[in-house]
Design a protein around this ligand. Structure first.
Ligand SMILES: N[C@@H](CCC(=O)N[C@@H](CS)C(=O)NCC(=O)O)C(=O)O
Length: 214
Protein backbone atom coordinates (compact mmCIF):
# COMPACT_ATOMS: atom_id res chain seq x y z
CA UNK A 1 0.00 0.00 0.00
CA UNK A 2 1.49 3.35 -0.98
CA UNK A 3 2.13 5.61 1.97
CA UNK A 4 2.36 8.83 -0.01
CA UNK A 5 0.26 10.13 -2.92
CA UNK A 6 1.73 12.83 -5.10
CA UNK A 7 -0.47 14.81 -7.49
CA UNK A 8 1.89 15.45 -10.37
CA UNK A 9 2.55 15.29 -14.12
CA UNK A 10 5.62 14.58 -16.22
CA UNK A 11 6.15 18.12 -17.46
CA UNK A 12 6.08 19.66 -14.00
CA UNK A 13 9.58 20.29 -12.71
CA UNK A 14 8.00 21.60 -9.51
CA UNK A 15 6.34 18.22 -8.97
CA UNK A 16 9.56 16.47 -9.99
CA UNK A 17 11.33 17.98 -6.98
CA UNK A 18 8.96 16.05 -4.69
CA UNK A 19 8.76 12.94 -6.87
CA UNK A 20 12.56 12.68 -7.02
CA UNK A 21 12.80 13.04 -3.24
CA UNK A 22 10.29 10.21 -2.73
CA UNK A 23 12.09 8.00 -5.23
CA UNK A 24 15.61 8.66 -3.89
CA UNK A 25 14.33 7.81 -0.40
CA UNK A 26 12.73 4.61 -1.73
CA UNK A 27 9.43 5.75 -0.18
CA UNK A 28 6.24 3.86 -0.95
CA UNK A 29 4.46 6.40 -3.10
CA UNK A 30 2.09 6.60 -6.02
CA UNK A 31 1.62 9.38 -8.54
CA UNK A 32 -1.86 10.82 -9.11
CA UNK A 33 -1.99 12.27 -12.61
CA UNK A 34 -2.90 15.96 -12.87
CA UNK A 35 -4.17 16.56 -16.40
CA UNK A 36 -2.71 20.06 -16.45
CA UNK A 37 -2.83 20.53 -20.23
CA UNK A 38 -6.57 19.90 -20.20
CA UNK A 39 -7.23 22.39 -17.43
CA UNK A 40 -7.26 20.07 -14.41
CA UNK A 41 -5.72 22.65 -12.07
CA UNK A 42 -8.57 25.08 -12.82
CA UNK A 43 -11.40 22.76 -11.81
CA UNK A 44 -13.34 23.21 -8.55
CA UNK A 45 -12.24 19.70 -7.54
CA UNK A 46 -8.57 20.60 -7.81
CA UNK A 47 -9.07 23.99 -6.16
CA UNK A 48 -10.65 22.12 -3.25
CA UNK A 49 -7.48 20.04 -3.04
CA UNK A 50 -5.21 23.10 -3.30
CA UNK A 51 -6.72 26.59 -3.40
CA UNK A 52 -3.50 27.81 -5.08
CA UNK A 53 -4.37 25.71 -8.12
CA UNK A 54 -0.90 24.21 -8.40
CA UNK A 55 0.78 20.85 -8.64
CA UNK A 56 2.44 19.27 -6.75
CA UNK A 57 0.17 18.28 -3.88
CA UNK A 58 1.34 15.62 -1.43
CA UNK A 59 -1.06 13.51 0.61
CA UNK A 60 0.28 11.67 3.62
CA UNK A 61 -2.25 10.32 6.10
CA UNK A 62 -4.49 13.24 7.01
CA UNK A 63 -1.95 15.75 5.77
CA UNK A 64 -2.23 17.53 2.48
CA UNK A 65 0.63 19.80 1.47
CA UNK A 66 1.39 22.01 -1.48
CA UNK A 67 4.45 24.08 -2.48
CA UNK A 68 7.36 21.86 -3.45
CA UNK A 69 9.61 23.60 -0.90
CA UNK A 70 7.25 22.80 1.95
CA UNK A 71 6.78 19.25 0.68
CA UNK A 72 10.55 18.76 0.51
CA UNK A 73 11.00 20.16 4.01
CA UNK A 74 8.25 17.87 5.30
CA UNK A 75 9.67 14.80 3.58
CA UNK A 76 13.19 15.48 4.83
CA UNK A 77 11.79 15.17 8.37
CA UNK A 78 9.37 12.32 7.66
CA UNK A 79 11.99 10.24 5.82
CA UNK A 80 15.09 11.50 7.65
CA UNK A 81 17.00 12.10 4.42
CA UNK A 82 18.42 15.13 2.59
CA UNK A 83 17.68 17.42 5.53
CA UNK A 84 19.80 19.71 7.69
CA UNK A 85 22.28 18.75 10.37
CA UNK A 86 21.76 21.99 12.32
CA UNK A 87 19.50 25.04 12.56
CA UNK A 88 22.06 27.11 10.67
CA UNK A 89 22.18 24.54 7.89
CA UNK A 90 18.37 24.44 7.70
CA UNK A 91 18.35 28.19 7.13
CA UNK A 92 21.00 27.85 4.43
CA UNK A 93 18.88 25.17 2.74
CA UNK A 94 15.78 27.37 2.94
CA UNK A 95 17.73 30.36 1.64
CA UNK A 96 18.57 28.50 -1.56
CA UNK A 97 15.09 27.04 -1.88
CA UNK A 98 13.42 30.46 -1.66
CA UNK A 99 15.94 31.79 -4.16
CA UNK A 100 15.26 28.86 -6.45
CA UNK A 101 11.48 29.31 -6.29
CA UNK A 102 11.72 33.01 -7.07
CA UNK A 103 14.62 33.25 -9.49
CA UNK A 104 15.76 29.99 -11.04
CA UNK A 105 12.68 27.82 -11.28
CA UNK A 106 10.09 30.51 -11.94
CA UNK A 107 11.87 32.09 -14.93
CA UNK A 108 13.18 28.78 -16.27
CA UNK A 109 9.76 27.11 -16.05
CA UNK A 110 7.90 30.03 -17.60
CA UNK A 111 10.38 30.41 -20.45
CA UNK A 112 10.19 26.66 -21.06
CA UNK A 113 6.42 26.88 -21.16
CA UNK A 114 6.62 29.47 -23.93
CA UNK A 115 9.30 27.50 -25.77
CA UNK A 116 7.70 24.10 -25.53
CA UNK A 117 3.99 24.40 -25.04
CA UNK A 118 2.84 27.62 -26.56
CA UNK A 119 2.84 27.98 -30.28
CA UNK A 120 6.06 29.96 -30.68
CA UNK A 121 4.54 32.08 -33.43
CA UNK A 122 1.85 33.20 -31.01
CA UNK A 123 4.25 33.76 -28.12
CA UNK A 124 5.30 37.32 -27.44
CA UNK A 125 8.99 37.36 -28.45
CA UNK A 126 9.66 40.15 -25.95
CA UNK A 127 8.26 38.05 -23.12
CA UNK A 128 10.32 35.03 -24.13
CA UNK A 129 13.48 37.14 -24.41
CA UNK A 130 12.86 38.72 -21.01
CA UNK A 131 12.18 35.41 -19.24
CA UNK A 132 15.16 33.72 -20.90
CA UNK A 133 17.44 36.56 -19.85
CA UNK A 134 16.23 36.32 -16.25
CA UNK A 135 16.61 32.53 -16.27
CA UNK A 136 20.16 32.75 -17.62
CA UNK A 137 21.07 35.34 -15.00
CA UNK A 138 19.84 33.02 -12.24
CA UNK A 139 21.67 30.07 -13.77
CA UNK A 140 24.90 32.11 -13.75
CA UNK A 141 24.46 32.78 -10.02
CA UNK A 142 24.16 29.05 -9.37
CA UNK A 143 27.11 28.30 -11.65
CA UNK A 144 29.35 30.69 -9.71
CA UNK A 145 28.12 29.24 -6.42
CA UNK A 146 28.97 25.71 -7.55
CA UNK A 147 32.42 26.58 -8.89
CA UNK A 148 34.10 25.62 -5.63
CA UNK A 149 31.56 23.34 -4.03
CA UNK A 150 29.96 19.97 -4.60
CA UNK A 151 26.44 20.62 -3.29
CA UNK A 152 24.28 23.72 -2.99
CA UNK A 153 23.77 24.19 0.75
CA UNK A 154 25.84 21.60 2.58
CA UNK A 155 28.78 19.25 2.10
CA UNK A 156 26.25 16.59 1.14
CA UNK A 157 23.17 16.59 -1.07
CA UNK A 158 20.08 18.16 0.51
CA UNK A 159 16.57 19.16 -0.51
CA UNK A 160 18.10 22.45 -1.74
CA UNK A 161 19.84 20.49 -4.50
CA UNK A 162 16.63 18.68 -5.43
CA UNK A 163 14.76 21.99 -5.56
CA UNK A 164 17.30 23.82 -7.71
CA UNK A 165 17.56 20.88 -10.12
CA UNK A 166 13.81 20.58 -10.67
CA UNK A 167 13.72 21.85 -14.25
CA UNK A 168 17.30 21.22 -15.31
CA UNK A 169 16.83 17.72 -16.69
CA UNK A 170 14.48 18.86 -19.48
CA UNK A 171 17.31 19.07 -21.99
CA UNK A 172 16.49 20.74 -25.26
CA UNK A 173 13.43 22.48 -23.78
CA UNK A 174 15.25 25.09 -21.69
CA UNK A 175 16.13 28.72 -22.42
CA UNK A 176 19.84 27.79 -22.22
CA UNK A 177 22.31 25.06 -23.11
CA UNK A 178 23.44 23.75 -19.76
CA UNK A 179 26.92 22.31 -20.45
CA UNK A 180 27.91 25.33 -22.56
CA UNK A 181 26.33 28.07 -20.45
CA UNK A 182 26.91 26.68 -16.96
CA UNK A 183 29.56 23.93 -16.79
CA UNK A 184 29.61 23.79 -12.98
CA UNK A 185 25.84 23.38 -12.92
CA UNK A 186 26.12 20.67 -15.58
CA UNK A 187 28.65 18.70 -13.49
CA UNK A 188 26.52 19.12 -10.34
CA UNK A 189 23.49 17.91 -12.30
CA UNK A 190 25.49 14.80 -13.26
CA UNK A 191 26.19 14.19 -9.56
CA UNK A 192 22.46 14.34 -8.83
CA UNK A 193 21.75 11.94 -11.71
CA UNK A 194 24.30 9.56 -10.16
CA UNK A 195 22.44 9.34 -6.82
CA UNK A 196 21.08 5.80 -6.34
CA UNK A 197 17.46 5.62 -7.48
CA UNK A 198 17.60 8.72 -9.68
CA UNK A 199 15.12 8.87 -12.55
CA UNK A 200 14.41 11.42 -15.26
CA UNK A 201 11.12 13.34 -14.76
CA UNK A 202 9.61 11.72 -17.86
CA UNK A 203 10.28 8.27 -16.38
CA UNK A 204 9.07 9.16 -12.90
CA UNK A 205 5.75 10.95 -13.43
CA UNK A 206 2.75 10.23 -15.65
CA UNK A 207 1.71 12.13 -18.75
CA UNK A 208 4.70 12.03 -21.10
CA UNK A 209 4.58 12.82 -23.94
CA UNK A 210 2.04 15.54 -23.30
CA UNK A 211 2.10 17.51 -26.50
CA UNK A 212 4.17 16.67 -29.48
CA UNK A 213 6.98 18.92 -30.56
CA UNK A 214 5.71 22.20 -31.97
N1 LIG B 1 6.07 27.35 -6.17
C1 LIG B 1 5.25 26.21 -6.57
C2 LIG B 1 5.05 26.24 -8.07
C3 LIG B 1 4.11 25.17 -8.54
C4 LIG B 1 3.65 25.39 -9.96
O1 LIG B 1 3.92 26.45 -10.58
N2 LIG B 1 2.96 24.39 -10.51
C5 LIG B 1 2.43 24.50 -11.87
C6 LIG B 1 2.82 23.29 -12.66
S1 LIG B 1 4.58 23.16 -12.84
C7 LIG B 1 0.93 24.50 -11.82
O2 LIG B 1 0.34 23.58 -11.30
N3 LIG B 1 0.29 25.56 -12.38
C8 LIG B 1 -1.15 25.60 -12.38
C9 LIG B 1 -1.75 26.46 -13.44
O3 LIG B 1 -1.00 27.19 -14.11
O4 LIG B 1 -2.97 26.38 -13.61
C10 LIG B 1 5.91 24.91 -6.13
O5 LIG B 1 7.15 24.88 -6.11
O6 LIG B 1 5.21 23.95 -5.79
Amino acid sequence: VPEFRLHCFADSGAAYKAALMLELCAARWEPVFVDYFNGATRTPEFRALNEMGEAPVLEHGDRRLSQSGVILDYLSSALSRFGAASADERREILRWMFWDNHKLTSYTATARYLLKVQDTDAADPGALAFLSRRARAALAILDTHLAARTWVASDKPTIADLSCAGYLFYDGELPYDLPADAPNVARWRDRIAALPGWKHPYDLMPGHPSRGPR
